[in-house]
Design a protein around this ligand. Structure first.
Ligand code: M6R
Length: 369
């Protein structure tokens, strides 16, 4: 049931703080370290892993792109993320020391399933991150870490994405913990921050009215561009995907560093461009580079919609619209930065008279190629 909301998507967006908290529940012990007993891959095997490969489709793939950054940072194990549909049709290098992580909300996506079958045939261990108990992907994997988002009905993935991110962070931190890296202190601090993240998601949800207003004012537009860097790049891709599937608008996400290599030619008077700004703390170089990107596109007429951390004053002069998100550690920012993009796409779809929960031409789970 929709619980008083007009659409399942709205209900599922609102459920995100609880979904995130549920996915963490019981996985952080009293001393602040992770206990993932359900991951039935022996610690001795995890210590020997020399490569991680993440396979997924659509929104789950965007979670995987963020997971790559987290895994490489906290574990120093090389990690690649690949679209499941591409992975299975090439000749990937896999062996017993490869850990393959298959991310899927439904657990039934054909391409992801075929990718994991291929990986297991080559001797790799497969860990599924999945939201649907007993579905095919976890059944065929060596181990599973369930996301506890609850049933996701709307075709557009929202709460499943946030919980996939949480599960990915848990895997990254857990691998860091069992292998011991120089980031031990940082890992402990991030685990503490993760415990508070549901509150931060709630704070974002409470401040979404201006985002809805903005979306309605853009309902007549043809194109919206999204820019981001580092973890903000997959967030930009996710914002663009949501807009395509819900509002049927032309939407594209770019890595902001690529602007001058082509996309900046698209900028014209009044073109809405959403920019996801990294924290000015953390990787401040990236922050400053994005601020100059915002200046550049604005000078060429773009209407800038800036998503930036609370207290980031540098963006203010260049933001036509400013969406504030709570400060988080750099790698966790997607948990708060994605939420306004979900609300934006949902409101635009509504304003354009589209069917929000069941967009045209799409199915909730893609069980064919
Ligand atoms: O069930 P899965 O997570 O394997 O599904 C993967 C994609 O089909 C899915 O995320 C799709 O991109 C969503 N409709 C995006 O909102």
């Amino acid at each position: 049931e929709k619980g008083g909301y007009d659409y399942f998507m709205l209900k599922e967006i609102a459920e995100q703080p609880k979904a995130v908290a549920d996915t963490l529940l019981g996985r952080i012990d009293g001393s602040g370290s992770l206990s993932l007993d359900e991951v039935r891959i022996p610690v001795s095997v995890l210590r020997e892993v020399d490569k991680v490969v993440i396979v997924a489709c659509g929104t789950a793939y965007h979670a995987g792109m963020i997971a790559k950054l987290a895994i490489e940072h906290w574990t120093r194990i090389p990690c690649e993320t690949e679209l499941a549909s591409e992975f299975r049709y090439r000749d990937p290098i896999l062996d017993q020391r490869t850990l393959v992580v298959a991310i899927s909300q439904s657990g039934e996506t054909m391409d992801t399933l075929m990718a994991l079958r291929h990986a297991r045939e080559q001797g790799a261990k497969v860990l599924a991150i999945c939201n649907t108990n007993g579905s095919t992907i976890p059944r065929e994997s060596d181990a599973v870490l369930y996301t506890h988002a609850g049933p996701e009905v709307a075709v557009a993935s929202t709460k499943a994405f946030l919980t996939q991110l949480v599960a990915c962070y848990l895997v990254a931190l857990y691998l860091g913990q069992v292998r011991g890296t120089k980031w031990g202190d940082e890992i402990e601090a991030v685990i503490r921050e993760l415990s508070d993240i549901a509150g931060a998601v709630d704070t974002v949800l409470e401040t979404m009215e201006p985002v809805r207003e903005l979306a309605r004012s853009l309902a007549h537009k043809d194109t919206v561009l999204f820019l981001g860097r580092h973890v903000g790049y997959p967030v930009a891709l996710e914002g663009a995907l949501k807009l395509k599937e819900l509002a049927y608008m032309h939407a594209e996400g770019f890595a902001a560093g690529e602007l001058k290599h082509g996309p900046i030619a698209l900028i014209e008077q009044d073109l809405p461009v959403v920019v996801v700004v990294p924290s000015p703390r953390g990787r401040s170089v990236l922050h400053d580079k994005i601020v100059s990107n915002i200046q550049e596109i604005r000078a060429r007429g773009a209407r800038t919609i800036v998503i930036a951390e609370e207290g980031d004053h540098a963006v203010v002069p260049y933001a036509d619209h400013l969406i504030r998100i709570p400060a988080t550690p750099t790698l966790l920012q997607p948990l708060v930065a994605t939420v306004p993009l979900q609300v934006f796409a949902c409101e635009l779809a509504t304003a354009r008279g589209n069917e929000v929960d069941q967009p045209r031409n799409l199915a909730k789970s893609v069980t064919v190629e």
